[in-house]
Design a binder for this molecule. Sequence first.
Ligand SMILES: Nc1ncnc2c1ncn2[C@@H]1O[C@H](COP(=O)(O)OP(=O)(O)OP(=O)(O)O)[C@@H](O)[C@H]1O
Length: 339
Amino acid sequence: MVQGNPCRWSAGRINPSYDVSRAHTPYRHNVSTISIENLTKRYPLVTALDALTVEVPDGVCGLVGANGAGKSTLIKILLGLTEPTAGTAHVLGHNIATEGERIRQNIGYMPEHDCLPPDVSAAEFVMHMARVSGLPANAARQRTADTLRHVGMFEERYRPMGGYSTGMKQRVKLAQALAHDPKLVFLDEPTNGLDPTGRDEMLDLIRRVYTKFGISVLVTSHLLGELERTSDHVVVIEGGRLTRSESTKSLTSEHQTLIVEVLDPAGGNGTDTAMEALVGADLAPRRVDQLLYVPVTDSGTYDTIRDTVAGAGLGLVRLQRDRHHMTELFTQGSPEHVS
Ligand SMILES: Nc1ncnc2c1ncn2[C@@H]1O[C@H](COP(=O)(O)OP(=O)(O)OP(=O)(O)O)[C@@H](O)[C@H]1O
């Protein structure tokens, strides 16, 4: 069960002639890492996945859904830990029903829950996982050092893991998923239990798993917002069904909104006047303090705002595109805009 070139990871650090065929791989939207067709999983009391069909491209893909949406079930099926009730899936081109071993040779898995033996050090544990995956002793030792260095656990690697903080444990779980140099890793809720700083550091590490080492990532979260800057692509599931599958860029750039700020040269309340005038021009402004947020309906919206504001005798101080965040797109009611 030796995976790929056992020296590639370490060679990346010490050898300038490192094989860059996978590192710094540009994101390729048209390459499917995982292909899922009509995947269904029924438990006696609940349907965890309901005819799910989706293509997961190369790169970092966020799998987002509320608790119980079916994320862990999907990962377990793709790993071959549980069988689907119906449907098929291919991981790295291999069929989950018939080529489970090939798939497992090429993927790493970071489980959601704490699973680290407390009396064992990180170095011993990651080394063991690399050996179990089939690496020869020397390569496993080198890879263990490299992965623990990558996740920032090199200094602490000889301490028993029972004394580690949650953040340190999450990092070791990530290191063991990477130890055998897989082509793809499944990370199940890697930011669980982390404080905001720890979460940001973990998200940066995950991003670098792809940009630095060329390992594709499927990362789950119940928090849509945190995957925005980490993921190239986002798959959203709800009740085991697909809600959305889109590139992060297109998700956050759709539904454009313009921020409008005006000034009344006569000294009155220009914002109220502008609000009234824009509604009269068939736009749908929303007011937050002295700013108006106006949804873009077509390419003429800019001109309409400019002309309407000028026609109302006001000065246009600001006409600026609002940047959308993924959380807004899935929030009920009026989104809160963050510029
Ligand atoms: N082994 C099982 N037996 C019965 N029902 C299960 C089993 N595993 C999961 N479920 C149910 O399937 C549904 C989906 O669970 P799953 O763990 O996949 O969701 P999730 O999106 O990963 O949520 P969480 O983040 O809370 O783990 C839930 O209703 C859960 O209770």
